[in-house]
Design a protein around this ligand. Structure first.
Ligand code: AVI
Length: 335
């Protein structure tokens, strides 16, 4: 029998949010961040084409255990995960920030194997990534129905809630939740929950607290890829906003605070210097050794994860975990 696949046209919601992708917004955010004391820039701007490529390289680093560990957790628990998703009824598998879906494909293969009734809804801000994913799934898993959505997470979830009535299982993998501030992660999960119905599920990847040295070296690799990833933010300001950052005069400086469970990355000015940014029309002064805070990566205990979920309308169904790695994929249910 020939396998048939529904190739639904991509849903493009990329222009509907708040202009986060416009150069104007980028300039405004940079001006605000560099005018405040202490200076900061948001990590969501890491991911231009060069930054996304550097992040791919980070995921392959020997020190960056997170990706390997999550692969292991998903591979070792795929049968049970697929069973718990399926519940013998149709569902939409919604993948927030799907990218190339390398990890999700472990679950897609298993769901296929178990002949589960589902369709796959990858959501990503990159239209290119969604087109490539569509093509690769057509090659590798032609029987999976795919409805790719190009856009920010919340317009996508709102669109799905309005247009797809069946049960939903949301994936938020890769410990991406760790990059939010504490209040932002709560707000984010509450917003996910408000776009779901009782009984819907969320599988979230979480990097757990562990030996501080292991965490620190994951963000301070010997080959300097993470440093380039961080410095790329300044390159992006130069090329997109007409900045004149002298990249060599800044250095990547990561520090882990085991009390808070937060890995923080900074870019530190090696000298007293001024930087002009054309699109903001401003010159920003940097004292010698003044830092720009660029990223937080939170590490959690399982108790914190359960409390966070509970405060946002979720209860923990199953914790899939690799003890040696210190990484968990936690399956929550709404309600
Ligand atoms: C995307 N995110 C989960 C990564 C992390 O581990 O916080 C981003 C990253 N930053 C430096 N290395 C990787």
């Amino acid at each position: 029998m020939e396998l048939t696949r529904t190739v639904a046209p991509m849903i493009d919601l990329s222009r509907q949010e708040d202009g986060t992708n416009s150069t104007e917004t980028f300039a405004k955010v940079v001006a605000e961040g560099l005018s405040q004391e202490p200076k900061s820039l948001p990590s969501r701007y890491f991911y231009d084409a060069a930054g996304s490529k550097l992040f791919q390289d980070i995921m392959a680093l020997p020190e960056y255990y997170l990706t390997r560990c999550e692969f292991k957790v998903l591979t070792e628990n795929r049968q049970e995960m697929a069973k718990q998703f399926a519940e013998n009824s149709f569902f939409h598998l919604i993948d927030l920030g799907a990218g190339d879906a390398m990890k999700t494909k472990i679950l897609l293969r298993e769901l296929n194997e178990q002949k589960s009734a589902f369709d796959y809804v990858p959501v990503d801000i990159s239209g290119d990534a969604m087109r490539q994913l569509n093509d690769s799934l057509q090659q590798e898993m032609p029987s999976v129905d795919v409805q790719a959505v190009v856009g920010e997470y919340f317009p996508a979830l709102e669109w799905l809630q309005e247009n797809k009535s069946e049960r939903k299982v949301v994936l938020f993998l890769g410990s991406n939740i760790g990059n939010f501030k504490a209040d932002e992660s709560k707000h984010f999960l509450q917003r996910i929950c408000s776009n779901l119905s009782p009984g819907d599920k969320l599988l979230m990847g979480i990097d757990l607290r562990k030996d501080p040295d292991t965490i620190l070296s994951a963000y301070n690799d010997a080959s300097g890829v993470t440093a380039e990833f961080n410095l790329n933010l300044l390159r992006r300001i130069n090329s997109e906003l007409g900045g004149n950052f002298d990249i060599d005069q800044f250095r990547h400086y990561p520090i882990y605070n085991p009390h808070e469970g937060v890995m923080r990355s900074f870019l530190v000015s090696k000298k007293d210097q001024d930087v002009y940014i054309r699109d903001t029309g401003q010159t920003f002064h940097f004292d010698a050794w003044e830092a720009i805070h660029t990223e937080n990566s939170h590490k959690y205990s399982l108790q914190q994860v359960s409390e966070l979920g509970k405060a946002c309308g979720f209860s923990v169904e199953t914790v899939f975990q690799d003890d040696a790695c210190g990484f968990a994929d936690v399956l929550f249910t709404v309600g």
